[in-house]
Design a protein around this ligand. Structure first.
Ligand SMILES: NC(=O)c1ccc[n+]([C@@H]2O[C@H](COP(=O)([O-])OP(=O)(O)OC[C@H]3O[C@@H](n4cnc5c(N)ncnc54)[C@H](OP(=O)(O)O)[C@@H]3O)[C@@H](O)[C@H]2O)c1
Length: 321
């Protein structure tokens, strides 16, 4: 079959990403829908195809913690001549609640997977984005100290310090890196929006950040202690109605949040919206820090410098072509 467009969903093999990919594939049987992550243990693409009685979803391996893997993915993408990417959902993430974890390249792992790998992926496949392409970046309400999520408060000093945290942060709680990385997702969304609208307005590409809300039972707690994992996997999904009343109404099943993510990526109702932050289907303000121009610029510049192999590639990344 020859497809008209492509959609890429990172972390599309499980939970939030899986359900977003399923919704996109259902609504666009004429698109190639690519779910990517390190492994496809549950045969996500096959499962989506079977459920929809279609064959337009495929799995492609991608490890966002490795720049080589991201570059291999992008090289493979270019070589295959896939149709233009209409929807790019940068969704994968992991939490490391214990001691700080570094990637083999020496970056703090949460930030590497959640932000750096996604930014590199965007830059490398930017030329394959369709006219009017939409980029949706999955963030989290935990980036915002004002909502009292229970996570340590996000602290953005510089991109360099998120990548290579100084001792005071490196030795602090592991979940702070998650809150920081989710704040980085939003800062980078705003930086990218600004550049897309100033440098390549003719491409009409949009980018928004998205909070799916709390989704107990997903793989996000896989690195947590056995007790926490048990509560997350077995208890919390069963008491969701109670949590909704006592803790937050921003709590959903992955199916529901997956539909909200897909809405931003493909619904006619969200066409043309860019540079915004959504909690589910609701546009809201992100944290005070996330609008700090200095932080937005610092992260953009650090990211281009880090991701590019040389000055020529950095200049190419800045062109957004
Ligand atoms: N669950 C929540 O309560 C909640 C709340 C707010 C925001 N979120 C956000 O929602 C998004 C999805 O989370 P989820 O709860 O659906 O988590 P999940 O069930 O753990 O799914 C995460 C997905 O990301 C992939 N992934 C992990 N590490 C990767 C890597 N290095 N390279 C490529 N892919 C990788 C995983 O596959 P592999 O492990 O096979 O690579 C999996 O497909 C995340 O951005 C998360 O921060 C979740």
């Amino acid at each position: 079959m020859s497809y008209t467009r492509s959609a890429i969903v990172t972390g599309g093999t499980m939970n939030l990403g899986y359900h977003a990919a399923m919704t996109i594939a259902r609504q666009h049987p004429d698109w190639l829908v690519v779910v990517c992550s390190r492994s496809d243990r549950e045969h996500a693409a096959e499962s989506i195809n079977e459920a929809l009685k279609q064959s337009n979803t495929v799995f492609m391996p991608l490890d966002l913690s490795s720049s080589k893997s991201v570059r291999d993915f992008a090289r493979n993408w270019s070589a295959k001549n896939h149709p233009p990417v209409q929807a790019l959902c940068l969704n994968a993430a992991l939490q490391f609640p214990g001691k700080i974890v570094y990637t083999p390249e020496g970056l703090e792992a949460t930030f590497a997977i959640t932000h750096v790998g996604h930014a590199l992926l965007f830059h490398l496949i930017c030329s394959h984005l369709a006219q009017n392409a939409r980029i949706v970046i999955t963030s989290s309400g935990t980036h915002d100290p004002a909502i009292n999520s229970g996570l340590p408060v996000a602290i953005y000093t510089t991109g360099e310090e998120l990548a290579h945290p100084p001792p005071a942060i490196a030795e602090g709680p592991g979940r702070r890196h998650y809150a920081n990385a989710k704040l980085a997702n939003i800062l980078w969304t705003y930086a990218l929006h600004k550049r897309l609208s100033e440098k390549v307005p003719d491409r009409s590409i949009t980018v928004n950040a998205f909070d799916p809300g709390l989704m107990p039972g997903t793989g996000l707690a896989r690195e947590a202690s056995p007790l926490m994992r048990w509560a997350w996997d077995k208890v919390m999904p069963k008491i969701t109605p109670v949590l909704r009343v006592t803790f937050t109404d921003n709590i959903h099943r992955p199916e529901e949040s997956g539909a909200s993510l897909a809405r931003l990526a493909i619904s006619p109702g969200t066409e043309g919206i860019s540079g915004k932050y959504f909690e589910g289907t609701k546009e809201i303000c992100s944290s005070k820090d996330s609008y700090d121009e200095k932080k937005i610029e610092d992260l953009w510049q650090w990211t281009v410098k880090y991701c590019a192999q040389d000055e020529a590639e950095a200049a190419h990344f800045e062109q957004l072509r």
